[in-house]
Design a protein around this ligand. Structure first.
Ligand code: GDP
Length: 312
């Protein structure tokens, strides 16, 4: 097994028991270990570099306190900085929920708009988009007490609309009746109309994916966006795809504009580095984590927990 970062830093600082301030040399040796831990956790290189720079600036010159070892002190700075970066803050950051309950009630989704609130789900094929659409709908119903309608706008994959319908039946969430031959924009309009007429609070639009980001996909997303005027545009991304997920997030954000990210397969072997990279590259909050195939396996994203996983 790898030593934990905590242990590695502990041994680096072992000799440094004198009091005084942390020198650049003390810190830079420790930062090599931090960098290694970040890269092992699949954090993108430029993001890791930025992170190290910030932590170094904060750590150098800090007085070594009598009460804690220098190693612990640097660990705390690394941890705090990681949580701050994952949680965001600043104008793009998600408002910090006042409590776990508040976060759960809102299910991580911003619903402060005129009903029916359109929520658009975007992402690559296989990222877990349709599953996540149903999971979010269930959370909105059960935790936020909202009446939700789901609609599949995926006319590319023949079985896609049927898949969402089946999930809706399993979960007891209404889906927009399938009409053959309609294009995605027409379906989006019909979904919003059905949402209004049916007294729904939220309309979830599950869009088509592709194997990779291409111009046709981006154009389709932009068209749906202008037709439905979504209040949330959530990118569903597979946390195990590492750098690809980061590039995808960057492209979708630049072209379509995201309001948040749903990271799936958080139950897998990944160490969570993609979360830090996506947050840093897009500036958009990670809102929810998919933690399994079952429809109740979704959690509100918590920076503390993911920071712990990245740092090992
Ligand atoms: P889409 O093509 O993006 O709509 O992807 P799907 O929703 O069809 O999901 C593809 C596969 O990933 C399915 O087998 C899902 O059960 C699975 N899946 C989705 N989210 C998660 C997750 O968070 N964890 C795990 N382990 N599997 C997931």
């Amino acid at each position: 097994m790898f030593d934990t970062l905590q242990e590695r830093l502990g041994s680096i600082f072992e000799g440094l028991t004198k009091r005084g301030a942390l020198s650049e040399k003390d810190v830079s040796e420790a930062m090599r270990e931090v960098r290694r831990a970040l890269l092992e956790a699949d954090v993108a290189l430029p993001v890791a570099r930025d992170f190290i720079k910030k932590v170094t600036e904060r750590a150098v010159g800090q007085e070594v306190l009598r009460s804690v070892t220098p190693g612990q002190q640097v660990i705390k700075i690394v941890h705090d900085e990681m949580v701050a970066m994952l949680a965001g803050g600043g104008e793009e950051g998600a408002p910090a929920p006042s409590s776990d309950d508040a976060a759960d009630d809102a299910a991580g989704i911003d619903l402060a708009a005129v009903a029916p609130v359109p929520v658009m789900m975007v992402g690559l094929q296989g990222s877990g988009k349709t599953t996540s659409t149903a999971k979010v709908a269930i959370r909105l119903r059960d935790k936020a007490k909202r009446k939700v309608l789901m609609a599949s706008l995926d006319v590319r994959r023949p079985a896609a609309q049927e898949q969402l319908k089946v999930l809706g039946e399993q979960a007891g969430i209404d889906t927009l009746p399938i009409v053959a031959g309609q294009d995605p924009v027409a379906i989006a309009r019909r979904a919003m109309e059905a949402g209004r007429l049916g007294g729904y609070d939220v309309v979830m639009l599950d869009t088509a994916g592709r194997l990779a980001v291409d111009e046709a996909l981006m154009a389709e997303m932009a068209e749906i966006k202008s037709a439905a005027n979504p209040h949330e545009i959530l990118l569903v991304a597979d946390s195990l795809t590492g750098q690809d997920a980061v590039n995808t997030a960057d492209l979708f954000n630049k072209r379509v504009g995201l309001t948040g990210i749903v990271l799936t397969r958080a139950d897998g072997d990944g160490r969570g580095g993609a979360a830090l990279s996506m947050r840093a590259v897009t500036g958009k909050p990670i809102k929810l984590l998919g933690t399994g195939e079952k429809l109740d396996e979704m959690e509100v994203f918590r920076a503390e927990r993911v920071a712990g996983r990245i740092l090992g």
